[in-house]
Write a protein that binds this ligand. Structure first.
Ligand code: NOJ
Length: 553
């Protein structure tokens, strides 16, 4: 039977935590400028405590020109002025801790911002200079060096190289050399750091300490598998498998996390490192989770999985097996700030998801998607391990697919040549209250940086609070039970016999979970009571696309 690493000390809070992602710009606006901020988060901490989460993960809150929604960090030791100040972040950390909520922040080590001091110094310096050595600057190829140094493609589309323009700096203009190129695996505003350089190691070690000293409980490590590059920066062989890729999952990356783990472990309390590791197979992922590396990583196989009992069971088993081998806790995640919200995904004819084809605008039955999202919450919250929620999941928000073109801000829209509408649709500000946009996102008379659909009037936190049939109350009740029932704290689950299209498993001695992914109602097993269900259980039958937790002694 798969387990999450028997013998793991019970006090490892992150092994079973419910962690809530806050994308600050879209969470709550305290000062009425249309963008979310730390004042907004502080005001909503009681809401998050009532929801029953254990920790907040903040998407980057650092100063940023927002070339990639904050993942282009200009200063790793400060707070984006639109969001507030360092003093305010410190208050927030204290207030959250007083409510029993831990704080995890994003760290972005693969790349910085083109406005970061190191990079402006590098642009102003000459080819071959110490300043440029912290990044990947290279001469171009061909006549006038006008062809990028290699064939790598940016994750957002187009070449992964931009030319250091001669006004900003050049190869060596005085010597008449052509301008160099710099590598950016994402947008041109996000130059990649050279992790073979000791300054980069020292800088990030210091940044980790800076925030641990301020009391944060952990880091979410952005693009964690990309940091180490082939020193030759050789052309990508289009036929190469994931492991041979010149910048994905190269061996050197593990040394970085061993170094970071030593830093995390040198602090009191349990400080954690959570990796955003996109890799084609669970085996490779768990190499990052060996006992002296990252504590935990997101489970994107689960997120991408179709709403299909067979596929879900395969992904769950593969996750449990691979994590058990390194003693790591599995994680379960349905949505985040990069993917189409799962209410929308689950309402489509094809419910699987792939980052390479978001299929924005494909028809989706939102009622069906919502029903499945409710069942998926009960699935996710009842599996052994930690769970991640994305702000608005608890309100049943769907992807906003009809944002006007001129409002789209995600660099993916431009860089894909307007073929991929990008991720703005899952970043639309949260509706809190009232009957018209911006639904209490900010103070009266304010607006929101992206418009919300008028139909969200039924999905505000205010409208759902106290309504037993709402998504919000389902989340609150399920998270409460997850905490209260000792069975959910254990590392084990066992599959039980079930009809085709139905997932059924036992947790501890006294809980049975049934998820009906089939198109037919199914009879629930004999039980001593329904603890919670995603839709009313009538005559002992669980409707299609519904889930229930049962007391079974
Ligand atoms: C992953 C982040 O989640 C995403 O939002 C970002 O664009 C890339 N990494 C680059 O930092």
């Amino acid at each position: 039977m798969p387990s999450t690493g028997q013998g793991a000390p019970a006090h490892d809070w992150w092994r079973t935590a419910a962690i809530y992602e806050v994308y600050v710009r879209s969470f709550a606006d305290g000062n009425g400028d249309g963008a979310g901020d730390l004042a907004g988060v502080r005001a909503r901490l009681p809401y998050l405590a009532e929801l029953g989460i254990d920790a907040i993960w903040f998407a980057p809150w650092y100063p940023s020109p927002m070339a990639d929604g904050g993942y282009d960090v200009a200063d790793y030791r400060a707070i984006e002025p639109l969001f507030g100040s360092l003093a305010e972040a410190e208050k927030l950390i204290t207030e959250a801790h007083e409510l029993g909520i831990k704080i995890i922040i994003d760290i972005v080590p693969n790349h910085g911002s083109d406005r970061q001091q190191w990079f402006t110094e590098a642009l102003a310096a000459r080819a071959g200079s110490a300043e440029r050595a912290r990044y990947h600057f290279r001469p171009g190829r061909g006549a006038g060096a006008s062809v990028p140094p290699n064939n790598w493609i940016s994750e957002f589309g187009g070449t992964a190289w931009s030319r250091a323009s001669s006004t900003d700096g050049a190869g060596d203009p005085a010597a008449g050399e052509p301008a160099e190129w710099y590598l950016h695996l994402f947008s041109p505003g996000q130059p990649d750091f050279n992790w073979a350089h000791p300054d980069v190691h020292a800088e990030f070690a210091d940044v980790l300490r800076f925030w641990f000293d301020r009391g944060i409980d952990g880091f979410r490590v952005d693009s964690a598998a990309l940091l180490a590059k082939d020193p030759a920066l050789a052309d990508l062989d289009p036929g190469a498998a994931g492991g041979e890729h010149p910048y994905v999952d190269r061996d050197g990356v593990h040394d970085i996390y061993r170094e970071w783990r030593r830093i995390a472990d040198s602090y009191p309390g349990e400080r954690v490192l959570i990796g955003e590791v996109w890799l084609p197979d669970a085996e490779r992922l768990t190499r990052y989770l060996r006992p002296d590396e990252l504590h935990s990583a997101f489970n994107f196989d689960f997120l991408c999985c179709a709403w299909d009992a067979g596929r879900l069971r395969e992904v769950i088993d593969a996750t449990l097996d691979s994590h058990a081998r390194v003693g790591a806790a599995p994680t379960w995640v349905l949505s985040n700030h990069d993917v189409v919200r799962h209410v929308t995904r689950y309402g489509r004819a094809d419910t699987a998801f792939s980052m390479s084809d978001r299929r924005i605008g494909e028809p989706s039955d939102l009622q069906l998607g919502t029903r499945r999202a409710r069942a998926a919450a009960l699935l996710t919250f009842s599996l052994p391990g930690a769970v991640y929620l994305y702000q608005g999941d608890e309100l049943g928000l769907w992807e906003v697919e009809d944002l006007p073109d001129e409002l789209l801000q995600d660099p993916i829209w431009e860089r894909s040549g307007h073929t991929d509408r990008g991720r703005d649709g899952c970043r639309v500000p949260v509706p809190w209250s009232g009957s018209e946009p911006p639904f209490g996102f900010g103070p009266e008379q304010s607006t929101s940086w992206l418009p919300q659909p008028a139909q969200w009037k039924d999905l505000t936190a205010e409208a759902q609070s106290g309504d037993e049939g709402s998504m919000l109350e389902l989340y609150r009740a399920a998270l409460r039970l997850r905490h209260a029932e000792p069975a959910f704290g254990s590392a084990e689950m066992r599959w039980l016999d079930s009809p085709p299209g139905v997932l059924s498993y036992g947790r501890g001695d006294d809980i049975t979970v049934v998820i009906n992914v089939s198109p037919h109602p199914v009879e629930l097993p004999r039980n001593d009571g329904v603890l919670i269900s995603s839709a009313p259980v009538l005559g002992g039958l669980l409707a299609p696309d519904c889930a229930a937790w049962l007391r079974t002694r």
